[in-house]
Write a protein that binds this ligand. Structure first.
Ligand code: PPS
Length: 297
């Protein structure tokens, strides 16, 4: 019991920027992040947490490397595309890693539109956004926070349900994130994809990404990318499954990072009452937007 309490106390709390909870080191580094100098040929992968970031990163990298899996094995996925708001001193920050990277750069963020460094808009960069339905996101985020020692302890599923619906999770409310990127998608170079579409028809979605990146790959290369970026392959791949991360950061014995990779796992977690309550809140929060999500395949 004592040990459990100590563990809870060791977990960090979040701080806010413009009402959005973020990790303390990110907030401490905020002015450097806001001054980030984007370049016109940057491609920024944007996601709400647990929406398929790792998946789309591997897809983008495989496209970039023309389907050469060996080149994609050069380093773990987290090191391939600098995470611009990442800060964990004394390691180099995401901004510093991006600065050191040769162009054309592929970067990533979980930031909502209102917190993105302005130079991304000023340089009319390309944005690749992946959205996932809120219920599966919540479930995935819950299991992630159970095992991610550098985020707050999620408490019980019932506790976390309340935390998530009120948007008091790292990177803020899901609703505003997906709506924010959706509403500006026709004003900027934004390819807006859905996790559920990637599951249903990976080849078609990968083709969209390929075109967006200005690449043209053979059918056989595309087929290789579809195969190598499947959940099963990525779960076995030490470069994508987070197995090299120290237990003090990600405790994979609590929950694997590559957990289920399905659409509709929320049905194994939501009670009937939680589902009704969620749907009611969702209707209000998502009123007036045309973005639509698929909850089962
Ligand atoms: S993070 O921590 O925000 O970067 O996490 P993120 O990568 O965005 O999301 C993790 C979830 O995506 C699932 N995933 C996949 N699903 C299907 N196919 C592939 N290839 C794939 N790769 C990762 C991963 O399993 C997490 O979802 P859950 O529902 O927890 O399994």
């Amino acid at each position: 019991m004592m040990a459990q309490n100590t563990e809870v106390r060791k977990r960090p709390q979040l701080r806010e920027v413009e009402g959005i909870p973020l990790q303390t080191a990110t907030v401490d580094n905020w002015s450097q992040i806001q001054k980030f100098e984007a370049k016109p040929d940057d491609l920024l992968i944007c996601t709400y947490p647990k929406s398929g970031t790792t998946w789309i990163q591997e897809i983008v990298d495989m496209i970039e490397q023309n389907g050469d899996l060996e080149k994609c094995q050069r380093t773990i996925i987290q090191h391939r595309h600098p995470f611009i708001e990442w800060a964990r001193p004394p390691q180099p920050s995401g901004v510093e890693k991006a600065k050191a990277m040769p162009s054309p750069r592929i970067l990533r963020t979980h930031l909502p539109t209102q917190l993105l460094p302005p130079s991304f808009w000023e340089n009319n960069c390309k944005f690749l956004y992946v959205a996932r339905n809120a219920k599966d996101c919540m479930v995935s985020y819950y299991h992630f926070q159970r095992m991610c020692q550098i985020l707050p302890d999620p408490g019980t599923w019932e506790d976390y349900f309340e935390t998530f619906i009120s948007g008091k999770v790292c990177w803020g409310p899901w609703y505003d994130h997906v709506k924010g990127w959706w509403e500006i998608k026709d004003r900027y170079q934004i390819l807006y994809l859905f996790y559920e579409d990637l599951k249903r028809d990976p080849k078609q979605e990968i083709q969209k990404v390929m075109k967006f990146m200005g690449k043209n790959l053979d059918e056989t290369v595309l087929d290789t990318i579809v195969q190598e970026t499947s959940f099963e392959k990525m779960k076995e791949n030490p470069m994508t499954n987070r197995s090299t991360i120290p237990k003090s950061i990600l405790d994979l014995s609590i929950s694997p990072f590559m957990r289920k990779g399905t659409v509709g796992d929320w049905k194994n977690h939501f009670t009937v009452a939680q589902n009704e309550r969620f749907d009611e809140i969702y209707r209000k929060k998502m009123e007036g937007t045309s973005v639509n999500f698929c909850l089962e395949l």
